[in-house]
Ligand binder design. Structure first.
Ligand code: NAD
Length: 456
């Protein structure tokens, strides 16, 4: 097996020069990255088209634009984020001052998946650079065209001792995991997340795990049905459902089921046309293996809409299956495709019970006008993040840290959260030498009584 020891050693030596900690160096790197992404927009779009049949609109709005916005926000705020934060000092520490320094971890590893192959590799890189780290990126092997453009873009911009892209599949990933990194940022599936954490544990390397799972979408009886239908259709079928935070399944209130489904069908046709398989802008399924896996769900429950597929170009129509229960095959794992199963409910407690019996989801979406219902769901269910009366949109706010909880992940990023993820918070006390309070010393007269005045 190839080793990456010499690359990591080079990065560690470079990190030790403290060059990457310099604010001007970080800002210049972020600026250079921003300009290069803009200059490579066309190449990226054509690679994404080749790998996943992503349209230019989708490529820009879900990959390139998101990353440019993350860069813009980071460049704007970095100067204030890097400043040591002065914090209060308790009376017991009189004479001293307290600070928190955000320091980079060192050499970081970023492992990315295929579904947003550019965005999910570059967004964490922005955090790594902003915080002053070196980085090795391992993009997905399932989107070779995009991974190649990404590799070239990075190697043209940065020396490998600072930022390097290593291409390859599982073996490459495992060879990298044999090295001792200072931080590992992984985006991918739950089973591989466990492999990553196990490898990291050997070196006590801290990790962020951005994983997946089944994200519920609840439509309550009092929801704005038309808008809910449109926002859910968009969130589910963008990227052909291959989005970690896509609504995985619907919980529909029985009273509005028929009305909702009919609006949902209309909304989907408006977005993708009567014949989505002929729509040149509809994203395809990434591989034959995933295509076969998804097709095996098409006979679950009752087919309400869609159901057609084209094996030659790996496309599956936006599909809805109803009369689904938790025992159906489609409900056993994250779907990650354009098939939406529908569960029904009478009372909210059935929904809460159903969700609670399964791992904590990455996202949760709730459509209702009722504040009490909103409060009850947010209070009762643990989930990574989500929206009320929308889907997916929370992902693109730099003010909302994005991440999972429990099985859906550990840690969060985006905006300041991205900088914080790649920084260790180093607490430092600056003590005075002008005087020395004697309470702490064991030889002080009545020491115990005096210390009890302060530590109570
Ligand atoms: P994956 O876990 O199969 O692969 C992700 C990365 O890990 C790839 O670079 C791959 O080469 C590497 N890898 C695969 N198997 C490995 C192993 N045994 N040891 C070491 N490395 C290995 O995930 P994927 O199929 O590329 O992506 C889909 C998954 O990612 C879905 O579960 C989805 O929910 C999740 N995801 C999560 C987020 C998020 O932000 N939380 C975003 C996108 C995707």
């Amino acid at each position: 097996m190839q080793t990456y020891n010499s690359l990591i050693t080079k990065q560690k030596s470079f990190f030790r020069t403290d060059t990457t900690k310099d604010l001007a160096y970080r800002l210049e790197a972020l600026q250079k990255l921003r300009i290069a992404i803009k200059n490579n927009e066309k190449k990226l779009m054509s690679a994404l088209k080749g790998d996943l049949n992503k349209s230019e609109f989708d490529s820009y709005s879900t990959e390139i634009g998101i990353v440019l916005e993350e860069l813009r926000f980071t460049i704007k705020h970095l100067r204030s984020w890097v400043k040591p934060k002065r914090v209060k000092t308790p009376i017991t520490h009189i004479g001293s001052r307290s600070f928190i320094f955000s320091e980079p971890y060192g050499v970081t590893l970023i492992i990315a998946p295929w579904n947003y192959p550019f965005q999910l590799a570059i967004a964490p890189l922005i955090g790594a650079i902003a915080a002053g780290n070196c980085a090795v990126i391992k993009p997905s092997e399932l989107t070779p065209k995009t991974s190649e453009v990404l590799g070239k873009l990075i190697s043209d911009l940065f020396p490998e001792e600072y930022i390097s892209v290593v291409q390859g599949g599982i073996e490459t990933s495992q060879a990298l995991l044999n090295e001792k990194f200072d931080y590992i940022f992984f985006t991918g599936s739950v089973p591989v997340g466990k492999v990553i954490m196990e490898a990291a544990a050997k070196n006590l390397t801290p990790v962020t795990l951005e994983l997946g799972g089944k994200s519920p979408c609840i439509v309550h009886e009092d929801a704005n049905i038309k808008l809910a239908a449109k926002r859910i259709a968009w969130g589910k079928f963008t990227n052909a459902g291959q989005t970690c935070i896509a609504p995985d399944y619907l919980y529909l209130h029985k009273k509005i089921k028929e009305q909702f489904l009919s609006e949902f069908k209309k909304a989907t046709i408006e977005l993708y046309g009567e014949k989505p398989l002929n729509n040149v802008h509809f994203t395809r399924i990434v591989s034959d293996k995933h295509f076969q896996r998804l097709c095996s769900f098409l006979d679950n429950g009752e087919l309400f809409m869609g159901g057609d597929s084209n094996q030659e170009n790996l496309m599956i129509e936006p599909t809805v299956v109803t009369d689904i229960t938790w025992d159906d095959q489609i409900m056993q794992d994250e779907i990650f495709g354009p098939i939406l199963p529908v569960l029904e409910y009478d009372v909210l407690s059935e929904v809460l019970e159903g969700i609670h019996r399964h791992p904590k989801p990455l996202s949760l979406y709730l459509f209702t006008e009722n504040n009490n219902v909103q409060q009850e769901v947010v209070n009762s269910v643990s989930f990574g993040g989500g929206c009320i009366n929308d889907t997916v949109y929370h992902f693109v706010s730099p003010y909302l840290p994005f991440g999972g909880v429990g099985n859906s992940g550990i840690g969060a990023y985006h905006g300041k959260g991205n900088f914080d993820t790649f920084s260790h918070q180093k607490s430092v006390l600056k003590q005075t030498t002008l005087f020395d309070i004697p309470f702490r010393y064991p030889n002080m007269k009545n020491g115990l009584n005096k210390i009890k005045l302060f530590l109570k």
